[in-house]
Design a protein around this ligand. Structure first.
Ligand SMILES: Cc1cc2nc3c(=O)[nH]c(=O)nc-3n(C[C@H](O)[C@H](O)[C@H](O)COP(=O)(O)O)c2cc1C
Length: 181
């Protein structure tokens, strides 16, 4: 590795929570990660999921600002993080809608990607998400994908970031991303 004056290479992350709920645990988890991430990480949390139209292949994705904004944010990031709730053993509708919009552009191809799960019980959605993103040719960072027992914990973003065990799990996750890149 070359000498770079002690500066660490910046790592940019784009993170999407698959819930539109104001008190979403998935969003809280992403916020916690932004709070505890080492300075070399720049993490941007998506705010556009709820503005995407329902997926319709007849529409011209390039002329839909919400679609191109999400596509460009993913393309610009070194890593994509997805955190989706499980609804009735499936991926949330808003998250699947976003993924379907991204199929026909190149944003997922070879994109390093991490799946985060706020409930170890929610195995169906994680498995389905995994299958979908691999089908979309993302590069899953397997050892950085984690399920944390947040459901029912009553923790918000600050509480997650301050919890010693969760904090350590999330720092390990970020370290594994760094090693992967
Ligand atoms: C309509 C609905 C269906 C759900 N189905 C499941 C399920 O099948 N499996 C599960 O583990 N949790 C299920 N849950 C619980 C949610 O995954 C959980 O509340 C999660 O925290 C929601 O994500 P959020 O906090 O980011 O909004 C369901 C919740 C709702 C509202």
């Amino acid at each position: 590795m070359g000498y770079n004056g002690g500066m660490q290479t910046p790592i940019t992350v784009f993170a999407i929570a698959g819930s539109l709920r104001a008190a979403s645990l998935n969003l809280a988890l992403l916020r916690a990660i932004t709070q505890l991430a080492p300075a070399e990480f720049t993490i941007r949390i998506d705010t556009g999921l709820g503005h995407l139209p329902l997926f319709n292949p007849d529409l011209d994705a390039d002329s839909l600002p919400a679609v191109t904004a999400m596509r460009d944010a993913i393309l610009a990031a070194d890593v994509l993080m997805l955190a989706s709730p499980e609804y009735a053993h499936g991926v949330s509708g808003p998250m699947k809608n976003a993924l379907d919009w991204m199929v026909s552009n190149t944003s997922f191809i070879d994109k390093p990607l991490v799946l985060l799960n706020t409930s170890p019980r929610a195995t169906h959605a994680q498995a389905a998400l995994r299958e979908t993103v691999l089908t979309m040719s993302a590069r899953l960072i397997d050892d950085a994908c984690i399920s944390l027992p947040l459901l029912g914990s009553g923790l918000d973003a600050e509480g997650i970031a301050a919890h010693p065990g969760l904090r350590q799990d999330l720092l390990t996750m970020l370290q594994r991303i760094k090693l992967f890149l």
